[in-house]
Design a protein around this ligand. Structure first.
Ligand code: FAD
Length: 451
């Protein structure tokens, strides 16, 4: 197992079953759980058919409580590659394999992930269950778009193969279904051909919110785009951003990118990240990127995974942990909503240096997938009492503008907020009832949200 496989950097030993102290990536909440590390399908069958609640767990990179439950079926040892077709680029693998392991094997052979989120330390099962998106959602959609088929184990131990064409209901529910339809055992996913392990990156400084929205539209054809927003800049600088676009280079150099990783060795005191330090960082980062604006060749890792270069960065928020608030707003309401949301956050002085804006393309048919055509904003907040009231206020703004929140990041939204944002919920609930899944596969999140 790779050293990055420890969720949240908490002390854990891999025993067949141990009572663990566990949290998601946000280190909040911290719970006690029985963890079964599974390597074989028969072992999983023995576990899912037992009475009581259980939830599948990948590498614990979801921020909140979606992978938390008193009984956890952890899949990181279920990580074999089962087959590969070089012509189509389709790899069949067990669900616990990390995206980083797929990159290690396939990048030197000229293949890369079709869709990748901002960290490579997640499992294929976690990528499907959250139906993750990357910097190319506007052209390539969610992770489920590259899933050819997958095998899911239901609560009675039966294994169902599903795809867009076969057992379609189960496929639509499982992609984005946060582990609530059963345990994904294996999947066939399509990789993309690449001819380089490097990227052509363009840095475009945007001095306010209008400029960054115009920038996203001008760069609609870019294969990848993402903006970092200075969420503490107010007034005329509200929405000041650095827009990054990228294309795969075509130089035939497929050597693995250098993996330079620093580490946050200890948990600093909670006051380490405060309004003054974050403001200073943001000002420094903006002017540094502005000075580097234009085109350059960069390695694939810093382009796709800038945060992976600092191991345990989730410790920086102190012992109380943090949460990431990620909303999406339909395109027509995007600029107005983001203006109100960012104004409120800048006034609160509470958000952190990690604020990211992305453009989403059309939504898919999956019942609970997060993306819809519009803009998504993600920002981190240290867990402290006033944050919860602020986030409740933001929820109202998001709902008023027809938006919703991402389950993979959520740890506190109300059931009513969830139901209002996800019209596919009744169909999802029906499928769970029809297959007898409702009383078996439950997370702390699904119970809180009444799923
Ligand atoms: C630094 C960082 C950057 C990120 N960037 C992005 C991003 O750009 N885009 C994005 O979409 N997400 C992003 N994420 C979120 C992350 O991609 C998702 O939370 C992902 O689901 C985590 O996968 P995991 O293997 O760690 O799963 P876990 O966190 O362990 O579990 C997540 C969910 O998947 C379910 N699950 C896991 N394995 C299985 C299985 N075998 N069968 C059934 N259900 C399963 C769990 O029950 C749970 O509901 C980021 C996270 C981090 C820490």
């Amino acid at each position: 197992m790779h050293s990055h496989a420890n969720p949240a950097g908490l002390k854990q030993s891999i025993q067949p079953k141990t009572r663990h102290v566990l949290s998601g990536w946000g280190r909040y909440p911290v719970i006690h759980a029985d963890i079964d590390d599974v390597e074989t399908v028969s072992r999983i069958a023995g576990l899912v058919t037992r009475p009581g609640h259980a939830i599948a767990h990948g590498n614990g990179r979801s921020y909140g409580d979606s992978a938390l439950q008193s009984h956890i079926i952890r899949t990181i040892r279920l990580n074999k590659i089962l087959g590969f077709e070089p012509d189509s680029g389709v790899v069949t693998c067990e669900s616990g394999i990390l995206l980083s392991e797929l990159i290690d094997v396939f990048l030197p052979r000229g293949y890369f992930l079709t869709i990748t989120p901002g960290t490579r330390w997640i499992t294929v099962g976690g990528a499907i269950a959250s139906d993750v998106h990357g910097k190319n959602h506007h052209v390539s959609g969610c992770f489920s778009q590259c899933v050819i088929h997958m095998d899911v184990m239901l609560a009675d131990g039966s294994i169902i193969r599903c795809s867009q064409d076969t057992n379609r209901d189960l496929f639509l529910a499982t992609c984005g279904g946060m582990g609530l339809t059963g345990v994904i055992l294996q999947a066939a996913i399509r990789l993309r051909r690449v001819n380089s392990s490097r990227m052509i990156q363009r840095i475009i400084p945007c001095h306010d919110l209008d400029t960054v929205f115009a920038g996203f539209e001008d760069e609609r054809q870019a294969s990848y785009s993402v903006a970092w927003i200075d969420c503490l800049a107010g007034g005329a600088s509200l929405g000041r951003s650095i827009l990054l676009t990228g294309e795969h280079a075509d130089d035939g150099q497929l050597a693995m990118p250098p993996d330079r990783t620093l580490s946050v060795p200890i948990t600093p005191p909670g006051f380490f990240l405060n309004q003054t330090s974050v403001k200073l960082f943001n000002r420094f980062y903006y002017s540094r990127q502005k000075a580097n604006s234009g085109e350059s060749i960069v390695s694939l890792y810093p382009f796709f995974y800038p945060l992976d270069s600092i191991a345990n960065w989730n410790r920086m928020y102190g012992r109380s942990g943090f949460t990431q608030y990620q909303c999406v707003i339909p395109k027509s309401n995007g600029p107005a909503a983001m203006q109100s949301i960012l104004t409120r956050i800048a006034a609160s002085g509470m958000a952190s240096f990690l604020a990211v804006l992305k453009l989403f393309g059309p939504q898919n048919d999956n019942y609970l997938s997060f993306p819809l055509e519009g803009y998504t904003l993600a920002l981190d907040f240290k867990i402290q009492k006033p944050v919860f009231a602020l986030l409740d206020e933001l929820d109202k703004m998001v709902l008023e503008h027809g938006g919703r929140l991402y389950l993979a990041k959520d740890v506190r939204m109300a059931a009513s907020m969830f139901a209002a944002g996800y019209p596919g919920l009744p169909a999802f609930r029906r499928l769970r009832d029809d297959h007898g899944l409702s009383s078996r596969f439950c997370s702390r999140q699904s119970i809180r949200l009444g799923i």
